[in-house]
Design a protein around this ligand. Structure first.
Ligand code: AFP
Length: 367
């Protein structure tokens, strides 16, 4: 019997919730030894249990956020597949894109994908803040919400017209009740809870790490089944190979990189195969499954930063790669997930992929 995303999330929420409750119960039985001790630990247990209940309720909210995003992505996928045929009004009711002129269609699809995600998350009502590549400001959600969602609604959209894979990248962070919008990004990427992406390629694939690296099934992949209008679990415990024979980078930029980055890429060019789609989701998905590396290095443009955005592109992708056993760095010994961005749209360099390959790069960058 195949597992749908809905069934997976139900089971995952159950597993997290049971785990939290067991934690509280264990504390009770091991500490009630004397009247005084029992009294003190009872107080502590109340606190523990309350905390466990609060944590379980955040996990339930998070499953709801992932479901809402997956529904939006299913819609986006249907429209992307009909790019050139369908009207972007298909994606968000009431939004009228001018789709007949090349270029305008791409822009409209970007905006429509953004609107589809925002609409789904707003309707879901679990997020206090919603940050998107397509919105300068962070969008206010439900002030009572304890989660925030960040996403790039349609990454690689300049590839749509030629039918190359594009994707949606997303991450979820927890925010204290009433926290300001800065709570969404003024924190290391390691704080991300659920992370993932949807690749709209030959098939539509959702890669998800739910809540943390300890999610039931680890990093999972779900393939969208049109017939059932559902994402179906197709891979569990996805582990990136320790090393790979493919590197992925826009080598046309090599004269803008520093000498050690160039030296590493020269070494790759001599020993490996180059594959570069120019859609981060497609390039990273191939890297996750087949191994190797993906790079968007710092270069002489953009004030020495890379091109890609830290919060909603590099953090979720780096977390997926790390949780599947790989590495993601922005410089020598500098994990991408340790960066604290100054703004929600901050950029950062990124090198991610198979652990042995990224370790070698890190050593060369240090030298
Ligand atoms: P678009 O969304 O404008 O197509 O950009 C895609 C992207 O942000 C990312 O998906 C690619 O990895 C990267 O840009 C490609 O950039 P270059 O064209 O500079 O190599």
């Amino acid at each position: 019997m195949e597992t749908t995303l809905d069934a997976y999330l139900d089971r995952a929420v159950d597993a997290w919730t049971r785990g939290d409750e067991r934690g509280g119960a264990t504390t009770t039985t091991t500490t009630t030894t004397t009247t005084r001790g029992a009294r003190a630990s009872d107080d502590g247990d109340d606190g523990d249990e309350e905390e466990a209940r609060a944590r379980a309720s955040v996990v339930r909210d998070e499953a709801s956020v992932v479901r809402a995003l997956a529904r939006a992505c299913a819609k986006i996928g249907r429209v992307v597949r009909r790019a050139g045929l369908s009207d972007v009004r298909d994606i968000v009711e009431g939004k009228n894109g001018s789709v007949n002129v090349h270029g305008e269609e791409q822009a409209a699809l970007d905006e429509a994908a953004h609107a589809a995600c925002v609409e789904a998350l707003t309707r879901d009502g679990k997020c206090a803040w919603i940050a998107s590549e397509e919105s300068e400001e962070i969008v206010r959600g439900n002030p009572e919400g304890r989660l925030a969602c960040v996403f790039d609604p349609l990454d690689g959209s300049s590839n749509i017209e030629c039918g190359v894979g594009v994707g949606t990248i997303f991450g979820v962070v927890d925010v204290a009740a009433g926290a300001p919008a800065t709570a969404v990004y003024k924190r290391p990427g390691r704080d991300m809870r659920s992370v993932g992406y949807v690749l709209y390629g030959a098939s539509t694939v959702l890669v998800l790490s739910f809540v943390s690296a300890n999610a039931p099934g680890g990093v999972c992949a779900f393939t969208y089944d049109d017939a059932r209008d559902a994402f179906v679990l197709t891979r569990e415990n996805v582990k990136i190979p320790e090393t790979g024979g493919v590197y992925s980078v826009n080598q046309a930029n090599q004269d803008k990189w520093n000498a050690s980055t160039r030296a590493y890429i020269d070494e790759c060019a001599a020993t490996k195969t180059l594959r570069y789609v120019g859609s981060m989701v497609a390039d990273v998905h191939r890297t996750l499954l087949y191994g190797g590396t993906f790079h968007y290095p710092a270069d002489a443009r953009n004030g020495g930063k890379g091109k890609l955005r830290a919060v909603y592109e590099c953090f979720p992708m780096s977390a997926v790669i790390e949780r599947s056993g790989g590495m993601a760095i922005c410089g020598a010994d500098m994990p991408v997930l340790d960066i604290v961005p100054a703004t929600v749209h901050a950029r950062c360099p990124i090198h991610l992929g198979s652990a042995r390959d990224v370790e070698r790069l890190s050593r060369m960058l240090a030298a």
